[in-house]
Ligand binder design. Structure first.
Ligand code: ADP
Length: 185
């Protein structure tokens, strides 16, 4: 696969990736929070579609394996790093209060299981491809992905990605903005 790097608005991408899941969380009576730290840059250059794919996958899993409590999506600046005018390392965290993942499975979970190995997919349920794809994508984007989990307490899937910071484009006023301004007068 090829990566497609373009400027995009990070907060908007996060909303578009996770908002569709909010309804599912509500249907399951789960709390659902999205928290983006103020230091996170507005516009960055990256493969928005792939970042979205990873988030959708992780939030989808969190919902699938959680029956009570909450799902929390957090975006912050990677620890020990600083946002400059040209670059930022962003830390994404998707945590849940679901069933958790046993220690022996944690190391394997990002590996691509072959479809042919029925025993593995039987043992782990599903195709076991989602997280392998997430891991491949994160690595291709020169980031890293990992997980923390406690059986019966929940899981926290995390990844960091480096981005070039894009200067905030000046927004042109749309007809709607102008009507809004006129309405305020
Ligand atoms: P699948 O298509 O099988 O869900 P994934 O790679 O997305 O493939 O996930 C592999 C397995 O990892 C899941 O079947 C599940 O057992 C476990 N898993 C993934 N996310 C979570 C989570 N948030 N909580 C508990 N288990 C999880």
């Amino acid at each position: 696969f090829e990566l497609d790097y373009n400027p995009f608005e990070l907060r908007e991408l996060v909303s578009r990736a996770v908002n569709p899941h909010a309804a599912r969380a509500q249907a399951k009576e789960l709390e659902f929070h999205v928290r983006v730290a103020p230091e996170v840059p507005g516009w960055v250059v990256g493969d928005a579609g792939r970042v979205r794919q990873i988030l959708v996958n992780l939030v989808g899993n969190a919902l699938k394996f959680t029956t009570k409590g909450q799902i929390l999506v957090e975006i912050k600046v990677a620890e020990g790093t600083k946002v400059t005018t040209s670059s930022a390392r962003v830390h994404f965290i998707v945590s849940d209060t679901g069933i958790g993942i046993p220690a022996e499975k944690r190391d394997l979970i990002f590996q691509r299981f072959t479809q042919a190995d029925g025993s593995v997919s039987r043992r782990y349920g599903g195709t076991g491809l989602g997280l392998a794809i997430c891991s491949t994508l994160v690595e291709a984007m020169e980031g890293r992905i990992w997980l923390e989990s406690e059986m019966g307490e929940g899981s926290s899937f995390q990844f960091e990605l480096p981005f070039d910071v894009y200067p905030e484009p000046k927004r042109l006023r749309t007809d709607r903005d102008l009507r809004g301004l006129a309405g305020q007068r």
